[in-house]
Write a protein of this length. Structure first.
Length: 94
């Protein structure tokens, strides 16, 4: 059975691949290539459905509470930073 951390890492790697594709499309725009609207709509759907709906949801419902329940990570600013990044990510997809 896969550990929670390995599942979360795998999900994160998938999100990073999508971000790499976003970067590549942004470079095409910079090079005056035509806007690939279909890609951007699919990216937003992916971001909302998978990155936020699946991965961030698991972090917020499962991983972060576990980390906060341990004394050594209970007041960890990294969790607050990650939560803030989730909020920013959601705002960018509106």
């Amino acid at each position: 059975m896969e550990s929670i951390s390995s599942i979360m890492k795998h999900e994160h790697d998938i999100i990073l691949l999508a971000i790499d594709a976003l970067d590549a499309n942004a470079k095409e725009l910079k090079d005056k290539e035509p806007l690939n609207q279909e890609f951007y709509f699919k990216f937003i759907d992916f971001q909302r459905g998978y990155a936020d709906g699946v991965h961030h949801n698991k972090e917020e419902r499962i991983l972060f509470p576990i980390l906060e329940s341990h004394e050594e990570t209970a007041n960890n600013r990294d969790i607050k930073v990650l939560l803030h990044q989730h909020v920013l990510s959601r705002a960018h997809m509106e």
